[in-house]
Design a protein around this ligand. Sequence first.
Ligand SMILES: Nc1ncnc2c1ncn2[C@@H]1O[C@H](COP(=O)(O)OP(=O)(O)OP(=O)(O)O)[C@@H](O)[C@H]1O
Ligand SMILES: [Mg+2]
Length: 263
Amino acid sequence: MIPKIEIRSLSKSFPGPVNHGRVHALRDVDLTIERGDFFVILGPSGCGKSSLLNVVAGLAEADGGEVLIDGERVGRPNPQKVAMMFQEAVLYPWRTVLRNVEFGLERRKISAEERRVRALKYLRIVGLESFAGAYPRQLSGGMSQRVALCRALAMETEIILMDEPFGALDEQTRILLGQELVEIWSQVGKTIVFVTHSITEAISLGEHVAIFTARPGSVKRIVPVNFPRPRKSGSPEFQNLVELLWTELREESMKAIGRENLS
Ligand SMILES: Nc1ncnc2c1ncn2[C@@H]1O[C@H](COP(=O)(O)OP(=O)(O)OP(=O)(O)O)[C@@H](O)[C@H]1O
Ligand SMILES: [Mg+2]
């Protein structure tokens, strides 16, 4: 069967600071993500995770290599198939919460009634239904991020790319929304690619966790999470996996902050 997402020898660089040549964000990334996977990417800051999602979403071009979705090469955004949630909530200040959630659906020419029904459904799920008429300036950072989550979910695409979607949330909300996301994922069989810094979040949510190396980012190791949900963080399986992922990640995080000799 054709994989849902296939990333082949992908490299991406950016112009560096003046007199510093180029910054190599990603080098030879190879990944195969099957249909229906909840695939977590765990890596140190600056290892190219956001850059990778941008290329998969068709928002940025790679220097080399390619991304295939359902066997077709990605060259531009495909809102029918792929929704993306960015690391920073990007909301339109002049639109209400409801109309921010509806935005992507308007572009897909979905009827006004269907847009409203869908937007309200997902606002209810993230606990923001009563803020449907509010403007972004009236929201906290965490609330804005929930609106952005809603906007991605409301697209009801087969694939969702999520770049640290719960980064600005408090621990409790993060856990609850994670559970909601797993619920939606398991019911409708989406393919989710989820970037995080958090080892416990990766184990709670993922089916597979890919650990990335420090920049230039590439895949260091892929670990399956094969024990049943709900995954209790106190269980021995969970703790063993925390230990394993931490060992891998620690090494890369040390490199990322330029202190690889200090361990
Ligand atoms: N538009 C850009 N122009 C120049 N350099 C960039 C650009 N975007 C990213 N970079 C560089 O590419 C590298 C990877 O950045 P990226 O944002 O993909 O990392 P990340 O893994 O998402 O980091 P974080 O965990 O902090 O979000 C960084 O060194 C960054 O400075
Ligand atoms: Mg990032």
